[in-house]
Write a protein that binds this ligand. Structure first.
Ligand SMILES: [Zn+2]
Length: 257
């Protein structure tokens, strides 16, 4: 609204200037001038769109899904650079309370083909919360990620500590993605050790747990990617990995029950 009024004001100003300069002016001239003003107005920049989800044949390919929890944080942007350089896609299970400070990184994740997942607002142990509190943890985070990413609504959830039960699962209302390879990177802030574990332990179809809030984790990832590539792995998102699996709301994948 304000922009339209300003544009009209500019046109009136322009017409006055033209009249002042020429003494008289025809309506046709005015229309031409107005069209010229319109043409010069900058076009709104197009909204970038994320690349389409790929169809990966993980029944035959040696797929691995690297997942990064508890961010976004100060090392996430660098991790995105590293993943981009390797042409690797990953999945980020984010805390809603961290999203506001790193909105640009969340947007970038979406635009670069990574999967955005919900890891609660503030990392509580969900079985100890009321059902309403669980719902609130999930809902607030969904909204934060949606807003920061430019319209991505997460469809996968990861319970903090992997702690869940049937009541929590029902309240969450999304498949709960856990893992089969725990890098334990939070306990061992040691790049060489994280490289070793991250390179050796994944098997075909693994979901690997890392945390991008640790510098020693992000510093290990270039060599983890190179090592896994050498072992013939293809880096996919959890969504791509599980495309032909039946994931159900309130159920864990892999099945921990
Ligand atoms: Zn976590």
């Amino acid at each position: 609204m304000r922009g339209t009024r300003a544009a009209k004001g500019a046109m009136v100003g322009l017409a006055a200037a033209v009249i002042a300069a020429c003494g008289s002016v025809h309506a046709g001239d005015l229309r031409q001038q107005a069209a010229a003003v319109k043409k010069r107005a900058p076009a709104p920049s197009p909204t970038p769109t994320p690349p389409p989800q790929r169809t990966m044949d993980c029944a035959h390919l040696n797929c691995v899904a690297l997942t990064f929890d508890d961010g976004p944080g100060p090392y996430t942007a660098h991790l995105l650079d590293v993943l981009k350089a390797a042409g690797a896609r990953a999945t980020f299970f984010m805390l809603g309370e961290n999203v506001g400070e790193y909105k640009a990184d969340v947007r970038r994740m979406a635009l670069e083909g990574h999967q955005l997942g919900n890891h609660t607002w503030s990392h509580p142990e969900l079985p100890s919360l009321s059902t309403d509190a669980v719902r609130s943890q999930v809902r607030r985070t969904q909204k934060a990620i949606y807003d920061a990413s430019g319209g991505v609504t997460p469809t996968l959830f990861r319970p903090p500590y992997g702690a869940t039960n049937a009541r929590v699962g029902k309240a969450v209302g999304m498949p709960e993605i856990v893992w089969d390879v725990d890098s334990m990177d939070w306990r061992y802030p040691n790049v060489a050790r994280n490289v070793r574990v991250g390179t050796r332990e994944p098997k075909k179809g693994s979901i690997v747990l890392f945390h991008d809030i640790h510098k020693t984790t992000v510093d290990a990832i270039p060599r983890v990617l190179a090592g896994l590539q050498k072992r013939g792995f293809t880096f996919v998102t959890v969504g791509e990995l599980t495309e032909n699996q039946s994931l159900a709301a309130g159920r864990t994948f892999p099945n921990w029950s």
